[in-house]
Design a protein around this ligand. Structure first.
Ligand code: URQ
Ligand code: ZN
Ligand code: ZN
Length: 438
């Protein structure tokens, strides 16, 4: 394993930024301080005029996910490699058992798929059905495998959607185990009905997607999950919060002292629902994901949620399908596989739209792209901090660097980039993963 000497940078942690050199050895950070002596045989990285930050942690990805009759374009190698190219050094992906599938079997299957990863990874485990065996196996996953969180899809009826019985039992079991329950908050029954209603009106194109999932469909589920968590006195984490109504539900609960946490996708912070009215089917379909991109105004509210501390983490929900796969929904938008990319672009988009505009300080950037996720999912300060003893997962960030994001230069195997053409200021100059310059 390598020894790295990262010299002359400004270290940025969630709590403070300070001038310091960093030395890593055998995959760990061994020294942080001013004017350090270069260890013999160290590889020198000149970080002068740059920031040295904890590598990004993306708490929401789906590499090689089997979904809606197909499998995502990025597998665990190409997806994590794309992340590393953008300064992301850890993903938290999802084991999603089929209903009735033993959750330990599903976990082992996904662990096998992830062996090829180019960076560190972890897993949330989805609870898509309930039985005494599921209850028991949740205990095995926490106590023997170190799983810290359980996901619940409140949408995707007739597939992976779970009902209130599963929510209530799984949330209660999570509390017993000290695990964080998380939710995809959309009312799947309403989606199912609205998809039929919109289709019967003769709307078959991607423009029908947001019409079948209005903000109140998300807010109802967010409020219901928050209420169930309140009654059971368990913390709750709402993934991909996309609209004012859901963000307000979280802020209201937090104002009453409830432990509710919210995640925002980079896409929802910078894009709006005009993408679904693009005349080209492939372009509109490429943006079909759930919850959908929302009307202008929602993004600014989400930024304020991050600034106010009512929303806590950023993610991407990286779940890439190519044009041929999206074309399954050519004549029926409900058949368009849901998902977009972003694992490579998240840090640069949030730095450019967040720090360069003054919405976030560099330390707040580190909080929402790395440290808060590490804290909420119980891997801090091993991850999410530039400090002695932490993993040598780092990004050296050049605030003066610039790049135009494009499918032409991305590492993802997807054939579309939802940030296409966006020129960002502030990009990684070096990524260190597991103690190695990558
Ligand atoms: O719902 C999710 O998070 C997965 C299935 C990815 N797809 C999506 O549209 N968000
Ligand atoms: Zn989701
Ligand atoms: Zn997802």
């Amino acid at each position: 394993m390598s020894t790295l000497f990262i010299r002359g940078g400004t270290v940025v942690n969630a709590d403070r930024a300070f001038l310091a050199d960093v030395i890593t050895q055998d995959g760990k950070i061994v020294e942080v301080g001013q004017n350090l002596a270069a260890p013999a045989s160290a590889t020198l990285v000149d970080a002068g005029g740059q920031y040295v930050m904890p590598g990004g942690i993306d708490p929401h990805t789906h590499m090689q996910l089997p979904f809606m009759g197909t499998v995502t374009m990025d597998d665990f190698f190409t997806g994590t490699a794309a992340g590393l190219a953008g300064g992301n050094t850890t993903i938290i992906d999802f084991v999603i058992p089929d209903p009735q599938e033993n959750i330990l079997d599903a976990y082992k299957k996904w662990r096998g798929w992830a062996e090829k990863s180019a960076s560190d990874y972890s897993f949330h485990v989805a609870i898509t059905w309930w039985s005494e065996q599921v209850r028991k196996d949740m205990g095995t996953l926490v106590n023997d495998e170190g799983v810290n969180s359980f996901k619940h899809f409140m949408a995707y009826k007739n597939a992976i959607m779970c009902d209130d019985e599963t929510l209530v039992n799984s949330f209660k079991r999570s509390l017993e185990l000290g695990a964080m329950p998380t939710v995809h908050a959309e009312n799947g029954e309403l989606v199912y009905l609205l998809q039929k209603t919109v289709s019967e009106m003769g709307i078959k194109g991607p423009e029908g997607h947001p019409l079948s999932r209005p903000p109140m469909v998300e807010a109802e589920a967010a409020n219901r999950a928050i209420a169930i968590a309140d009654v059971l006195n368990v913390p709750i984490y709402v993934v991909h919060v996309s609209c004012v109504e859901a963000a307000e539900a979280i802020a209201r609960a937090r104002a009453r002292g409830q432990r509710v946490y919210g995640e925002v996708l980079a896409g929802h912070l910078v894009l709006d629902d005009s993408v679904y009215r693009h005349p080209d089917f492939a372009t509109a379909a490429a943006h079909v994901m759930s919850p959908p991109f929302r009307p202008k105004g929602n993004s600014e509210f989400l930024w304020r949620g991050l600034q106010s501390g009512n929303l806590h983490t950023t993610a991407t929900d990286h779940c890439t399908f190519c044009a041929a796969q999206k074309a399954a929904g050519k004549d029926d938008f409900t058949k368009i596989p849901n998902g977009c990319g972003g694992v490579e672009e998240r840090l640069a988009v949030i730095w450019d739209e967040g720090v360069n505009t003054g919405r976030l300080t560099p330390s707040e950037f580190v909080a929402v792209t790395s440290a808060n996720t590490a804290k909420l999912f119980n891997i801090y300060p091993q991850k999410g901090s530039v400090s002695v003893g932490a993993d040598a997962d780092l990004v050296v960030w050049d605030p003066a660097g610039s790049k135009t994001l494009s499918v032409k230069t991305q590492f993802s195997k997807g054939d579309f980039n939802i940030f296409e053409g966006r020129t960002v200021k502030g990009i990684p100059s070096h990524t260190v993963s597991q103690g190695e310059l990558v």
